[in-house]
Design a protein. Structure first.
Length: 156
């Protein structure tokens, strides 16, 4: 296997140890802004995954709630393998880098755990409104939070 264009395809998924948060990519833009993409891994690749309704509810709730705490988020996107999310931000170093991102993520996951509904989980605002599981999203958020001390170690 040669070098691939997609960073995560170059990651040996057999050696990572979830849960973790790592910088998956950075891009410096011509104007000086820096885009950082975080790999927020909830489940051990090829051993476990989140059910799709749980992923969907986590995506909606995290995407909405994280923006209550910071304004540098570009996107919160689920991984197709259903093991985690990519969170893309701009100029995170100016806001405290990885430590500040981890704090924001923890606060956001607590928001998910405390949520009373999934934001925008209706046919007007969502393309598959029937596919949500708030209880599943809350359980996944709590499980991730319980292992926060492990987030910065991504290799076994």
């Amino acid at each position: 296997m040669g070098q691939m264009n997609v960073e995560s395809f170059n990651l040996d998924h057999r050696t990572v140890l979830a849960p973790y948060v790592r910088v998956a990519d950075t891009k410096s833009l011509p104007g000086g802004d820096v885009i950082t993409k975080y790999d927020v891994r909830f489940c051990q690749p090829n051993r476990d995954h989140l059910p799709m309704p749980t992923v969907h509810s986590l995506e909606h709730t995290m995407a909405e709630k994280i923006r209550d705490h910071v304004d540098n988020v570009i996107d919160v996107g689920p991984m197709g393998c259903q093991t985690g999310f990519y969170v893309t931000v701009v100029n995170q170093d100016a806001l405290g880098g990885m430590p500040a991102f981890l704090d924001t993520l923890a606060t956001t996951l607590q928001d998910v755990a405390d949520a009373t509904e999934v934001p925008a989980a209706n046919e007007t605002q969502c393309g598959w409104a029937a596919s949500h599981d708030l209880a599943g999203a809350q359980a996944a958020a709590r499980a991730m939070l319980e292992r926060r001390s492990e987030w910065e170690q991504d290799q076994a």
